[in-house]
Design a protein around this ligand. Structure first.
Ligand SMILES: [Ca+2]
Ligand SMILES: [Ca+2]
Length: 327
């Protein structure tokens, strides 16, 4: 009896040890299973549970013709306008769009064009708003929402080509690094850069087009990031180095203005240097006299104008002679 009970005790002891050992493992195993389940839920289950609804509509011009290539951007309202929650959706060729919104809430919709000539607009019910604070909320639950349509107003544009003043040919360069800025106000006295994101990179063929312009008067200025060409203002009949000679371009609603070309210098001009050879001497005086007698034998540059009257003549001859004879 004693031996049996002793044996029993030993067995029970081993069993308890085994239970303790495997019990820990079992708890760990269950814990592991739980974590795996959680991970599976987040990876696989949550997107399905969280998906709320599709929002769809059309993007057209005011005549109802589809505008393809527009992008519908979505902003979330809890933190106000400006908080993007989802990748933008490109409007398809027939002007329709469908956005899948993944969680219920309040959203704002914006139709944005990166290349076309229409104003970017926020959806605001029967009309469109130019900024988010005027946009109408779109409350997304579990039902699909349709009919969020945009009828975008056409905007104005300015286009042209950049020429080299030296060669007279368009500035064609794969690595071109010239851009055009729009300014309002006095170009020589703290002009204001037009706040429409209209700084425009010039294309490799030397052309440029600035779109999404509201009506107004704008001054255009070219800037060459490579500093090969001078920074110049648009002017008539050619672009100008001096801000005093910048000419405003008047733009009306929906107007497409073309041929606002630049003729860029590759060095800054000097008053009196009629032939732009970096020297002011009697050759320049003779050229100015020949211009006066309407008989220039060599190419002359109006940029050598010394008295800001956009003409070459006696004023330049006197200026040059003064320069040559010294103080
Ligand atoms: Ca000269
Ligand atoms: Ca002059």
């Amino acid at each position: 009896m004693y031996l049996i009970s002793r044996f029993q005790l030993i067995l029970e002891g081993h069993f308890k040890m085994l239970m303790r050992y495997f019990g820990d493992k079992w708890r760990l195993f269950r814990k592991g299973l739980f974590l795996i389940h959680c991970a599976l839920f987040f990876v696989v289950g949550l997107p399905f549970l969280a998906r709320a609804a599709n929002v769809s509509g059309t993007v057209t011009d005011t005549a109802g013709l589809p505008i393809s290539g527009a992008v519908i951007e979505i902003q979330y309202s809890t933190e106000g306008c400006g908080t993007y929650v989802q990748t933008a959706i490109t409007v398809s060729g027939d002007g329709t769009y469908t956005v899948s919104i993944e969680s219920s809430g309040t959203y704002f919709l914006k139709a944005h064009l990166y290349t076309g000539n229409y104003f970017n607009e926020w959806w605001a019910g029967d009309f469109l708003a130019s900024n988010c604070s005027e946009a109408e909320e779109v409350v997304v639950g579990t039902d699909d929402i349709t009919g969020k349509n945009f009828k975008l107003d056409k905007s104005a544009s300015i286009a042209g080509t950049l020429f080299s003043s030296d060669t007279g040919l368009p500035i064609v360069d794969e690595d071109i690094f010239i851009f055009i800025d729009l300014w309002t106000g006095d170009p020589c006295d703290n002009p204001v850069i037009f706040a429409g994101g209209n700084r425009k990179d010039v294309n490799v063929d030397g052309t440029y087009k600035i779109v999404q312009l509201p009506p107004g008067n704008y001054y255009l200025q070219s800037t060459d990031g490579d500093e090969i060409f001078q920074d110049e203002w648009w002017g008539d009949p050619y672009s100008r180095y001096d801000c005093e000679r910048a000419i405003a371009i008047s733009v009306e609603a929906e107007q497409d203005i073309i041929n606002k070309n630049f003729q860029l210098l590759d060095k800054p001009p000097s008053p009196g240097d009629i032939n732009m050879d970096d020297a002011i001497n009697l050759t320049d005086a003779i050229l100015a006299l020949q211009v006066l007698s309407q008989d220039p034998v060599e190419r002359v540059w109006l940029e050598g104008d010394a008295n800001l009257d956009d003409k070459l003549g006696l004023a330049e001859v006197i200026f040059i002679l003064n320069s040559v004879s010294g103080p």
